[in-house]
Design a protein around this ligand. Sequence first.
Ligand code: WQD
Length: 342
Amino acid sequence: MRVLATGGAGYIGSHVVAALLEAGHEATVVDNFSNSSPLAVASIAELCGHRPQCVELDLLDVDALEALLQGGDFDGVIHLAGLKAVGESVAQPLRYYEANLCGSLNLCRAMQRVGLRRLVFSSSATVYGEPQSVPVTEDAPTGATNPYGWSKYMVEQLLRDIATADAGWHTALLRYFNPVGAHPSGRLGEETRGEAANLMPRLAQVATGRLPNATIYGDDYPTPDGTGIRDYIHVWDLAIAHVRALEVLAGDTALSAGVHTWNLGTGRGYSVREVIAAFEQACSRSLPQQVLPRRPGDIAAIYADPSRAERDLGWRAKRDLVQMAQDHWRWQQGHPAGYEDG
Ligand code: WQD
């Protein structure tokens, strides 16, 4: 299939584009490079032996977006472009709703106008807020706790509503848990500018000396070791799930029509201390640790029930926490400051 990947130069996006090419599909990257590097596309080309077309474009530029879709003869869109830092979204809600909600609305309107209605959307487990029970199924109550999560939820609702109005839409809502790691080759990874916010990228910065300590935000949670539990999923497993979801939408089964929601997680939760231990094993050094108060807005524990994706997509996450840490560390070692210095 000919696939348009919005945000295709980003951390998740670059892995999705590589997985598309590896599966024999054609991919066009659209990115505004606000949180990514054009060098990621060159790395994809090196890795896959085939350079995807790349168009620098912001989804807020409706005319350029429509012109691209008009002339692109695409079979589907994987929509990953968006802002994703929870803390930043609390400080800058307008920026987040404009990028995530308005960007998605422009994309859907442009797709509708050219008659393209097959879409895989990058959603997030953040739409569940604090779960009432774990593991979390796709039918669990939703209720975000920050503008980032609400923006993802609103786009999901937008997509459900347009599919109700027009049965021609084939849509997959992929709710990511915690993506970590990097392609095993060490050629693709997260472009972390400045101090990282998420746990594993921060541990990588401690291991390279860019941060003094591994900071544990709260060890008084109601969990076995007192630290927060999350469902970490290897970004390459996550990328492969996107290809499978698009192929299912393009198929001719009951899953090919309407809107389908799939949790993308491993079904296994790991605590902060377990992640630190796995990373120490991966980088063969002990990381100095510091316990700090809980981070505002953090929840104690969430992990996925991934059985629906396993059943419907014929997909399951294969890589374990140590492999996630090893692959993350390999990328960090080769690219301490992202693609610029690789
Ligand atoms: C994981 C755990 C922290 C850093 C966020 C977004 C989510 C998704 C992934 C986009 C928590 C603890 C963290 C540190 C720590 N992004 N922690 N020390 O908050 O679960 O999810 O990123 O889709 O939408 O919400 O990820 O990696 O920031 O935190 O103790 O230095 O590690 O308290 O328990 P989070 P995270």
